[in-house]
Design a protein around this ligand. Structure first.
Ligand code: BGP
Length: 467
């Protein structure tokens, strides 16, 4: 079974997890730059400023900023025809609230996009991937403040205009539905909660501001280049009922609503009945969006749905319609980090999203974080990675061929080892390319092809028929 011609194959990355050079070229501090990893499962710490003597993983990343040329050569060698990456907002607007963009930052991405395009690799760009200017958090209180919509729109317009001939596919916010799931402090939206405020009310207000920001970006992008395809990006949590007890089946359905809250608004362009019911369920009473936002949401509906899929969960009903969601499915195995491995869950995700929205889908993150043990002068034998990716690609192919789902492309997370967002560590590796760096930042940063490199090269060369 082969994909249709033009199917996009590649890998997915994010600026703050790979670029490093965190102050180069007039870049400003982003929240990711003051975030320490969560070593050994401890809660992640976000400082108000960079503290001397602390190790911040984003500061060096894997130094893609200086090594992008060589890394892109390796992606080209694997046969990529696309690369998902993000633009660091703080390279373009170091403080976030300036009136003019930073030319040095704009020029950096010109070089990266030119390099990609010269290899026939299409850039797929996330406008905000788990980072934002720290100044906007400190000075304005982050996304709880509507003013951020103007700053974000200005950032988007600057990059849309600059790269309108170099980039076609965009995504507005990475895993936007994580706003609902995260506990404080939240790393993407920079929200901090006060003791006396309702956490749900803040999340709903923040989500609304993100929706309007996304819609205004979509509207502006389409005006700048009608050929642009601008998508939303969500984390899709395929969930099963723990048993066939009707209560558990209901729990499964209810557990999905917080996620459809996001895709409904961004794909249908309005707050649907599901969203209104969700607000009641969350006991949010003081949410009164500006009436003029309705038209913006409508006009700014997205062109496609991008999503990440790593694992599935199971849901059961506890007392009073409260729901337990767990990862302890006895029918699937787990990764070194305890994430269930469930390729059928990807096929289900594709079916559920396509049935609900009838929009093109893009699998923009899927992969296995694992411990790779390099032996000098020997190929890293990462068969577990090959097996994970093979089974998920096969499941995606079935969704396309047998279930009729429309899929634009597949970018595995991540084609090269980069900093883990969850742990801040390097040892949770996803790449086809090994990077010599440890959890404390030591190493030569040298790159090495793993066994999976050659496997993925073959998958792409045969347009997915030989996995
Ligand atoms: C997604 C994020 C990515 C990425 C991935 C893997 O949620 O969009 O940025 O890092 O998860 O997660 P982790 O790095 O924690 O293993």
């Amino acid at each position: 079974m082969k994909m249709r011609d033009g199917f996009l194959w590649g890998g997915a990355t994010a600026a703050n997890q790979m670029e490093g050079a965190y102050l180069a070229g007039n870049k400003g501090l982003s929240i990711a730059d003051v975030e320490k990893g969560s070593r050994s499962g401890a809660p992640r710490e976000i400082h108000d400023r960079v503290k001397e003597g602390s190790y911040y993983p984003s500061h060096d990343g894997i130094d893609f900023y200086h090594r992008y040329h060589d890394d892109i050569d390796l992606f080209a060698e694997m046969g990529f025809n696309c690369l998902r990456m993000s633009i660091a907002w703080t390279r373009i607007f170091p403080l976030g609230d300036e009136s003019k963009p930073n030319e040095v930052g704009l020029a950096f991405y010109d070089r990266v996009f030119d390099c990609l395009n010269s290899h026939g690799i299409e850039p797929i760009v996330t406008l905000s991937h788990y980072e934002m200017p720290l100044n906007l958090v400190r000075k304005y209180g982050s996304w709880r403040n509507r003013t951020l919509i103007d700053f974000y729109e200005r950032f988007c317009i600057s990059v849309f205009k600059r790269y309108k001939k170099k980039v076609r596919y965009w995504m507005t916010f990475n895993e936007i539905n994580e706003v609902m799931n995260q506990r404080e402090p939240y790393h993407q939206a920079g929200i901090r909660f006060c003791k006396d405020e309702s956490v749900n009310e803040v999340k709903i207000k923040v989500s609304h501001n993100l929706f309007v920001a996304s819609a205004r970006a979509v509207i502006a992008g389409h005006q700048i280049n009608p050929e642009f395809k601008i998508g939303c990006m969500v984390q899709y949590p395929t969930t099963y009922a723990k048993t066939c007890k009707p209560d558990d089946v209901l729990a499964q359905r209810l557990s999905m609503l917080p996620n459809y809250y996001y895709t409904d608004v961004m794909c249908k362009g309005c707050y649907t009945n599901l969203c209104t019911a969700q607000l009641k369920r969350l006991d949010v009473r003081s949410f009164h969006p500006d009436p003029s936002d309705a038209e913006i949401l409508q006009k700014g509906a997205v062109d496609y749905i991008a999503f990440s899929y790593y694992f599935s969960s199971i849901a059961s009903m506890k007392n009073n319609e409260s729901i337990a969601v767990e990862r302890s499915n006895p029918f699937v195995s787990r990764t070194d980090w305890g994430w269930p491995i469930d390729p059928i869950g990807l096929r289900i995700a594709l079916n559920e999203l396509f049935d609900r929205y009838q929009m093109p889908l893009f699998v923009v993150e899927n992969g296995i974080g694992a411990t790779d043990v390099p032996v000098p002068n020997e190929l890293i034998q990462d068969d577990y990675r090959i097996e994970y990716l093979r089974s998920h690609i096969e499941a995606m192919k079935k969704a396309i061929e047998l279930d009729g789902v429309e899929v634009i492309g597949y970018t595995s997370w991540a084609p090269i080892d980069i900093v883990s967002v969850g742990t801040g560590e390097m040892s949770k590796r996803y790449g086809f390319i090994y990077v010599d760096k440890d959890d404390d930042g030591r190493g030569t940063l040298a790159r090495r092809r793993k066994k999976s490199f050659y496997w993925y090269q073959k998958v792409i060369a045969t347009n997915g028929s030989d996995t």
